[in-house]
Design a protein around this ligand. Structure first.
Ligand code: SF4
Length: 81
């Protein structure tokens, strides 16, 4: 009966999965995996034309996340021409 009271409240915001990136790989490869390099990104409107939330996949945010945690969020729908 009291189990309902002891449950962790649901998240207000959806979590996003971030992957570890080795520092050696980060330095070795050109950063081409952000929205800013993606075919589906509208650079004028600064939005994803597929309708996905792009804030976690922008170059500045990926760089910030890597510097702070060694991890970054990758979009599974990223495409380069
Ligand atoms: S598909 Fe993914 S990487 Fe490409 S613009 Fe949309 S959110 Fe960004």
């Amino acid at each position: 009966m009291n189990n309902v009271k002891n449950r962790t409240p649901p998240r207000i915001n959806a979590s996003i999965k971030k992957d570890y990136v080795s520092a050696a790989d980060y330095l070795r490869y050109e950063h081409r995996w952000s929205c800013d390099e993606c075919t589906h990104f509208d650079s004028v409107g600064e939005r994803c034309t597929l309708g996905y939330e792009s804030s976690h996949h922008r170059l500045a945010e990926q760089t910030r996340s890597f510097v702070l945690s060694g991890k970054m969020a990758f979009c599974r729908f990223h495409e380069i021409d």
